[in-house]
Write a protein that binds this ligand. Structure first.
Ligand code: 6PG
Length: 296
């Protein structure tokens, strides 16, 4: 079927390739003129046959919001927008209500699988009205793994991004657990072969998983990860997961700790630990480590 795809970066570009390989007619738009098929959103809309389906793979936040604002002035009643970026589920619901007044339909799709999705297929989690989901089903079928799995219609608008957010929170916790296990084994004087231990866990064990496979791959390239700094960014989904846990009074200590570990990774020094050191020194006369002159 025919589809407009906006955003042809690492994710969108690979998705366009997979969809075309599966026989779909993809017309792509990107701000980078080298990768796009049409030069503007207006031209994209003009080239698509009504009722249109337009899939967005644009960075979350203002770039997505701005694209939808522009599209809402170009699309017609009956057209369908699928938001495949990492939008917050609350924004999905607001947008869907606004677009509904124009007769424009809206589906949110969480897309997992990263740069491997083109070859392995993507995990797709969608939220929206059953008739809208049904209409776009051939697209979801082409994107998901050939095994037929990797797909859920999780609920109404917002549910796709809500479950993707929770998926990412789980991802934070799982990665943090592997990370702590790595550090502990490396710090011990008992384990001679840390990469080999992880490698052995890929079969037969309870913790075998794709994240473990990817860790083994990273350790094959650099067994002590010597080329990396211990600095981890976050794109926001972990924060939203923790916020949602607070909103629902659901205890989520693992995901929260994993998120906070990333914040800690970005500090050159810890103001909080300075307070701990100062207080131990105040009440117990415990020794402190002084900042050197050029640090102070
Ligand atoms: O399922 C996935 O394919 C990933 O989760 C993907 O969505 C992306 O890599 C994360 O958004 C990174 O998130 P952080 O930057 O928050 O780690």
């Amino acid at each position: 079927m025919q589809l407009g795809l906006i955003g042809l970066g690492k994710m969108g570009g690979n998705m366009a390739t997979r969809l075309r390989e599966k026989g779909h007619d993809v017309i792509g738009f990107d701000y980078n003129p080298e990768v796009r098929d049409v030069d503007s959103l207006a031209e994209l809309v003009q080239r698509l046959e009504a009722p249109r389906i337009v899939w967005l793979m644009v960075p979350a936040g203002e770039p997505t919001a701005a694209t939808i604002r522009e599209l809402s002035g170009l699309l017609e009643a009956g057209d369908l927008i699928i938001e495949g970026g990492n939008s917050h589920y609350v924004d999905d619901r607001k947008r869907a209500d606004e677009l509904k007044e124009l007769g424009i339909h809206y589906v949110d799709a969480g897309v997992s699988g990263g740069v491997w999705g083109r070859q392995n297929g993507y995990g797709i989690m969608v939220g929206g009205a059953p008739e809208d989901i049904e209409r776009a089903k051939p697209i979801f079928d082409a994107l998901t793994p050939d095994s037929g799995g990797g797909y859920v219609h999780a609920g109404g608008v917002g549910a796709g991004h809500f479950v993707k957010m929770v998926h990412n929170g789980i991802e934070y916790g799982m990665m943090q657990a592997f990370a702590e296990g790595y550090e502990l084994m490396a710090a011990s004087d008992i384990v001679d072969d840390v990469p080999g231990t992880f490698d052995s866990w890929r079969e037969g064990t309870v913790v075998r998983s794709w994240l473990l496979d990817l860790l083994v791959r990273a350790l094959e390239e650099d067994p002590e990860l010597a080329g990396l700094r211990g600095y981890a960014q976050d794109s926001g989904e972990g924060r939203w997961t923790v916020q949602a846990a607070v909103d629902h009074a659901v205890p989520a200590p693992v995901i929260t700790a994993a998120l906070f570990a990333r914040f800690a990774s970005r500090q050159e020094d810890s103001p909080a630990m300075k307070v701990i050191a100062a207080l131990r020194n105040q009440f117990g006369g415990h020794a402190v480590t002084r900042a050197t002159e050029d640090q102070a």
